[in-house]
Ligand binder design. Structure first.
Ligand SMILES: [Zn+2]
Ligand SMILES: [Zn+2]
Length: 404
């Protein structure tokens, strides 16, 4: 027991020593926001930092240009995975604070390298691209799962910047993303409008249908869309129009049912317009997060040991979606939120992006790196704890196969 405490003291000291470098990396990534699957500068920054501590990273894992992998530890199992998200949002930049996630996970990994000889297992650090569903084929973690990157992982922990410092016990919504494309027929809108088939009408009818459906679904359900193409000019009947929707529900089963209803609205819209409809999902489904309470307890203790006050979940309603959900269905997992701002700076806002570069964010990043490293030490050195987490996982809502 005393030895573990001494090992933890060493990683805390190492994170403190690395703090300026970690903060510099967070600043570089924060000031140069990159969208999903394009996080090349973030990858270069993070892997260079790892290299400075003699940790080699492999870039281009799972066929994704900006996914990467690094490992610390002499033996493979048990293996604890740490995750590094890197992507930003269009126009808002790092309004989700992912510029802090990579450097914190890298900081933890570098610190664990220093105590490698005491670790009876390994730490797998995965660079996970495109968490935000803003790009085609987002969900880097889903792709990594499909490629088998989590097959030999025993537990997974990560940090996400937040308004609150909490273990994310509230879960998340399962989500799917879909494109509806309507094909009509162009015609002069004044001379021969009767010859045209208005694809834009298909989009408008679809929105009307989904807005009517909204009243008849459970309150947790979310359906939100944008028009991605609405025709060209008013004097030509739009030949093609399209919209993109995200549909979210508490679990995959409820999602399946409401998703079918949303598709029916699109089919109805196309039918009314006389247009031909094309339906395509633009990203893999995100499953809902199932938090592991055993891991949450261990992570919480470590954050409290370094002086943080940790809530159980967000103290207000409202859930998002994340590809971390798929990870939680594959291995016992927990995410900790650490506050970087006041509660009135919402996620996905310019205010949150600004907070992600603030002094408070600096403190959160360093605390996260320490908490991750300390919790990884617990999981690698305490077979009872890991066993308990795995028992809870096995008894949970069941190990779901990743959806393909
Ligand atoms: Zn986000
Ligand atoms: Zn995020």
């Amino acid at each position: 027991m005393g030895e573990i405490e001494e090992v933890k003291r060493q990683v805390i000291a190492e994170v403190d020593r690395l703090a300026p470098k970690l903060w510099e990396a967070a600043q570089i990534i924060g000031r140069n926001p990159e969208l999903g699957h394009q996080e090349t500068q973030a990858v270069a920054t993070l892997t260079r930092l790892l290299a400075s501590g003699d940790i080699e990273a492999e870039i281009g894992v799972a066929g994704l240009a900006t996914a990467w992998r690094a490992r610390v530890g002499s033996r493979r199992r048990p293996t604890v995975a740490l995750l590094a998200e890197m992507d930003a949002l269009p126009n808002i930049g790092h309004g989700c604070g992912h510029n802090l996630i990579g450097p914190s996970a890298v900081g933890a990994t570098l610190a664990l390298k220093v105590v490698e000889e005491y670790l009876p297992g390994s730490v797998l650090l995965l660079g996970t691209p495109a968490e935000e569903s803003t790009v085609e084929n987002s969900g880097g973690k889903v792709h990594l799962i499909r490629a088998g990157e989590f097959d030999n992982v025993d537990a997974c922990i990560m940090f996400h910047p937040s308004q609150y410092t909490n273990m994310s016990l509230e879960g998340s919504l399962a989500a799917r993303g879909v494109d509806f494309i309507y094909h009509g027929k162009a015609a002069h809108t004044s001379l021969y409008p009767w010859d045209g088939i208005n694809a834009l009408d298909g989009v408008l009818h679809t929105f009307a249908g989904i807005n009517a459906l909204r009243q008849h679904v459970r309150p947790e359900i979310r359906m939100h869309g944008v028009v991605t193409s609405g025709g060209g000019v008013p004097n030509v009947v739009p030949q093609m129009a399209s919209c993109r929707f995200r549909v979210r529900a508490p679990d995959a089963e409820q999602l399946e049912s409401v998703f079918r209803q949303v598709v029916q609205c699109a089919e109805g819209g196309a039918l009314m317009a006389g247009a031909r409809l094309e339906v395509g999902e633009y990203m893999p489904p995100y499953e809902n997060v199932v938090p592991n309470l055993t891991l949450a307890q261990a992570f919480r203790k470590n954050l409290e040991a370094i002086g943080l006050t940790v809530l159980d979940g967000r103290p207000e309603p409202g859930l998002g979606s994340t590809d971390f959900g798929n990870v939680t269905r594959r291995v016992p997992s927990i995410e900790a939120g650490i506050s970087i701002c006041e509660p009135d700076a919402p996620h996905h806002s310019a205010a949150f992006a600004e907070a992600a570069l603030s002094e408070k964010a600096h403190g959160a990043l360093i605390a996260a790196a320490k908490g991750l490293a300390m919790t990884a030490i617990d999981l690698l050195t305490d077979p009872m704890l890991l066993g308990e987490a795995q028992k809870e996982f096995a008894a949970g809502p069941g190990r779901l196969r990743p959806q393909v």
